[in-house]
Design a protein around this ligand. Structure first.
Ligand code: SF4
Ligand code: SF4
Length: 237
C-alpha cells in the first residue's frame, strides 16, 4: 500500500473556491433532469469520489456527507455505471445530504472540479482542463465552455499542481483517464477541447496530440443544449 504524504484540504478548499461561472449553471441543467436536481448533485448520476484523507477533513467539518451506500439511489442508473472495485485504493465514494443542504465551504474537490478533470498528455504534462465526456448530454457547462471564468481555471490548475506535486500517482491516474478520452474521441473522429493552463483554448487531435488554438465559441454543443429552449416554458405552451 502506498503511504501518501498529507495534503492540507482545509487550505486547498480555501484556494479552490471561485465559482466556475458568474451564473448558476444548476438552474440551466436541472430543468432537464426529471427530478429537477442539477445532474452533478444527483447521486443517481454522479457519485462524488474523495481521497481518504479528504474524507477525514470533511467528516470533522460538517455533517453534510456520509459514505455512499447502494440504497442512496433507488434507480438502476448508478449500479449499472459504477463498479466500486474500480475505485483507486486511496479513494472513497460519498453521498451528501442533498442539494438543498449543500454547504459551499464543505464541498469535496470532486464537486469543485466538476465537470472537468486535469488532462495529462502522453509525454506526461498537465496541459489544462478537459471535460467529463460522459456528461455531454447532461451538463450545460460542457456546451457552454465560454462561461468558465479565468479565475476558476487558475484555481483548478494550482489545485492540481499542488496535488500532483505531493501525489505523483494521481497524475498517473489522470494520464490513464486522458488516454481513455483520446481513444473515445479518436473513435468518434473528433478533437478534444482543452482549456489550457496558459489561459488559451485549443482543440487537440487525439491521434498525435497536436493542438490548434481556437475560440470557445467554436466548441461543440450537445443535446439538449445545442438548440436550447426552456422545458418549463415548453410545458406551459
Ligand atoms: S456543472 Fe454541469 S451538471 Fe453541474 S450544475 Fe452546472 S451545468 Fe449542471
Ligand atoms: S456537496 Fe453540494 S456540490 Fe457537492 S454533490 Fe452535494 S449538493 Fe452537489
Amino acid at each position: 500500500m502506498i503511504d501518501y504524504p498529507q495534503l492540507n484540504f482545509d487550505k486547498l478548499y480555501k484556494s479552490f473556491h471561485t465559482p466556475l461561472s458568474n451564473l448558476d449553471c444548476g438552474k440551466k441543467c436541472a430543468p432537464y433532469n426529471p427530478n429537477g436536481i442539477p445532474f452533478c448533485c444527483d447521486i443517481c448520476h454522479a457519485i462524488p469520489a474523495v481521497y481518504k484523507s479528504e474524507w477525514a477533513t470533511l467528516k470533522k467539518s460538517a455533517d453534510l456527507w456520509h459514505l455512499w451506500k447502494q440504497e442512496d439511489c433507488q434507480s438502476a442508473l448508478v449500479s449499472e455505471k459504477i463498479n466500486v472495485n474500480d475505485l483507486p485504493e486511496n479513494m472513497l465514494l460519498l453521498a451528501c445530504k442533498g442539494v438543498q443542504y449543500c454547504q459551499r465551504n464543505y464541498r469535496a474537490i470532486s464537486c469543485r472540479q466538476f465537470p472537468f478533470f486535469p488532462y495529462v498528455s502522453q509525454d506526461f504534462r498537465f496541459l489544462g482542463m478537459a471535460y467529463e465526456w460522459e456528461f455531454e448530454n447532461q451538463c450545460w457547462v460542457i456546451s457552454h465552455l465560454e462561461q468558465v471564468s479565468s479565475a476558476f481555471r487558475q484555481e483548478f490548475v494550482s489545485t492540481f499542481d499542488e496535488i500532483f506535486n505531493l501525489w505523483p500517482e494521481e497524475m498517473e491516474s489522470y494520464a490513464i483517464k486522458s488516454e481513455e478520452m483520446r481513444a473515445v474521441f479518436k473513435h468518434r473522429r473528433q478533437r478534444i477541447p482543452i482549456l489550457h493552463r496558459n489561459g488559451k483554448n485549443y482543440l487537440l487531435s487525439p491521434g498525435n496530440e497536436r493542438i490548434r488554438m481556437t475560440t470557445v465559441t467554436k466548441f461543440r454543443k450537445f443535446n439538449p443544449y445545442s438548440n436550447e429552449f426552456n422545458p418549463q416554458q415548453r410545458r406551459q405552451q
